[in-house]
Design a protein around this ligand. Structure first.
Ligand code: ADP
Ligand code: MG
Ligand code: ZN
Length: 477
């Protein structure tokens, strides 16, 4: 490979805490933020003889995710023990699913249109949480998280850059939020991801050795870790070395990955079917019941916006990125009677303001109804485009009715023919050259006249009317 360019290959494993009322195998509440070790019982702390019972709600949520990912739902599924020791894993094993995951063979479409394969998504239980005291003298274990239901979503190695991996994570999070399977809050750990990275010469059809990286606490870190890890592989190979199967940790501060352990193989976990849990059968009826409760998904919503509202793929894509925005748009479009105008105002002006000020939609105090009122003022000719923009700016942080703002700011469009004609005459008198050009058939010369009129009227003249009047008066000059 030497110094030749390389292609990055990425596959992602996302761990999702499901939003159930109780834990995966016991009746303890599934709640974040309680006092340490207050949400535990003999089952989730692994006391001898305690028996797990699978949570039906977790199955339903996993099925929702599976269906939203166009995946197959297993009619028969079972749980296996994944054996390993860790201080926050009191049983000495994690209940997971080895060879019969609840759902498999799905796909996810990115905003670029590329489709990423979903290999499988299986149910398992979360472990507890260790924290290490600042003095370094000890570690504390909180078992509240033990037994919280997790869905591990495993992608195919279909991504080819860090940017594409982030696109995948964005699309996945959007979908998971839509189906209300999880809070997807990375800060609270309800969505966590591990990245698998390898490199190969561009155009190669075989994969390079992959390395798994854990400990990524934001999508941005995931992207940085992928690029740093790929560069490390490249340097290794260039120096004549080889990439080894490893599990590494990301150090966000230093921007490097560090060895955690040599990669374990599945036989190291001594998986075997959990004898305390029977195989579970999922009926066609149950699958259909879950399917019926699924909301409209981003992709379907996008298709509807293009079909029913005549929006471009780009505009529709922008609006469905956030459910709140989509709901806002639909309400505004309905009230304004003009979906395209609503999409334009939201995509350009409202988002512009939100990005610039790092603010949320609600903070603007521009409700769908107020934006719709502004659009109607534009449509009925009260406001031209520049004036509407001025009113929009004034509406931010001001609850006054847009109509009243027009009066307050004196921005109403001038549609009075006589008043405009007067300014047009003035403009013609002041621009003899433009008049001569117009007479000679040079249409472009009208621009100077219109510009003069707009300036003279402080941007309030109706531009269409100005053009009309110029054409009307010209033959009489
Ligand atoms: P493990 O249990 O070892 O983590 P999984 O099957 O759960 O294995 O996950 C493997 C992940 O690694 C998948 O997301 C897959 O897409 C990804 N992967 C497999 N081969 C490669 C490769 N050569 N380069 C990058 N990612 C890979
Ligand atoms: Mg895995
Ligand atoms: Zn419990």
């Amino acid at each position: 490979m030497s110094t030749l360019p390389y292609e990055i290959v990425v596959g992602l494993e996302v761990h999702l805490q499901l939003k159930t009322r109780t834990k995966m195998f016991c009746a303890c509440p599934n709640r974040y933020g309680a006092e340490p070790n207050t949400l535990t019982c003999p089952v989730c702390t692994g006391q001898p003889g305690a028996l797990p019972v699978a949570n039906r709600e977790a199955f339903s949520l996993a099925m929702r995710v599976g269906l939203a990912l166009n995946a197959t739902i297993a009619r028969s599924t079972k749980f296996d023990r994944k054996n390993y020791f860790y201080p926050d894993l009191p049983k000495g094993y994690q209940i997971s699913q080895f060879d019969q995951p609840i759902t498999a063979d799905g796909s996810l479409r990115l905003s670029s249109g590329k489709v990423i394969g979903i290999v499988r998504a299986h149910l398992e239980e979360d472990a507890g949480k260790s924290s290490h005291t600042e003095s370094g003298t000890g570690s504390l274990v909180d078992l509240n998280r033990c037994g919280v239901p997790l869905l591990e979503i495993v992608s195919a190695p279909d991504m080819r850059s860090s940017a594409e991996a982030i696109e995948y994570l964005d699309a996945l999070k959007l979908l998971l939020r839509h189906v209300e399977a999880s809070d997807c809050d990375m800060e609270k750990g309800s969505l966590r991801c591990d990245v698998n990275v390898s490199i190969r010469p561009p155009g190669s059809s075989v994969f390079g050795q992959r390395v798994e990286i854990k400990n990524l606490n934001s999508f941005r870190s995931a992207g940085r870790a992928i690029d740093a890890e790929a560069a490390r592989h490249h340097a290794l190979i260039t120096a004549g070395g080889a990439v080894e199967a490893e599990t590494r940790l990301w150090d966000d501060e230093k921007g490097v990955t560090r060895l955690m352990r040599k990669k374990e193989a599945s036989q190291d976990y001594r998986y075997f079917p959990d004898p305390d849990l029977p195989p579970h059968h999922i009926s066609e009826e149950w699958i259909n019941d879950v399917r019926k409760t699924l909301p409209e998904l981003p992709e379907q919503r996008m298709a509807r916006y293009q079909r029913d509202f005549g929006l471009s793929e780009y505009d529709a894509g922008v609006l469905v990125q956030d459910k709140k925005v989509a709901v806002y748009f639909e309400e505004c479009a309905g009230l304004a009677g003009d979906a395209k105008a609503a999409a334009n105002w939201i995509g350009a002006d409202l988002f512009g303001w939100m990005n610039e000020n790092k603010q949320d939609l609600d903070a603007s105090c521009i409700t769908p109804a107020r934006l719709a009122a502004l659009i109607r003022l534009q449509k009925d000719g009260t406001l031209n485009v520049p004036s509407a923009r001025k009113i929009f700016a004034a509406m931010i942080g001001n609850a006054q009715d847009p109509k009243d703002l027009v009066a307050t700011l004196g921005l109403g469009q001038v549609n009075d023919r006589d008043a405009i004609m007067e300014i047009v005459r003035k403009a013609l008198a002041a621009n003899p050259k433009a008049v001569a050009d117009l007479r000679a058939g040079k249409q472009k010369a009208a621009g100077a006249i219109v510009g003069f009129v707009m300036k003279e009227s402080q941007g309030r003249a109706n531009p269409a009317l100005v053009n009309e009047l110029i054409l009307e008066i010209l033959p009489t000059l």
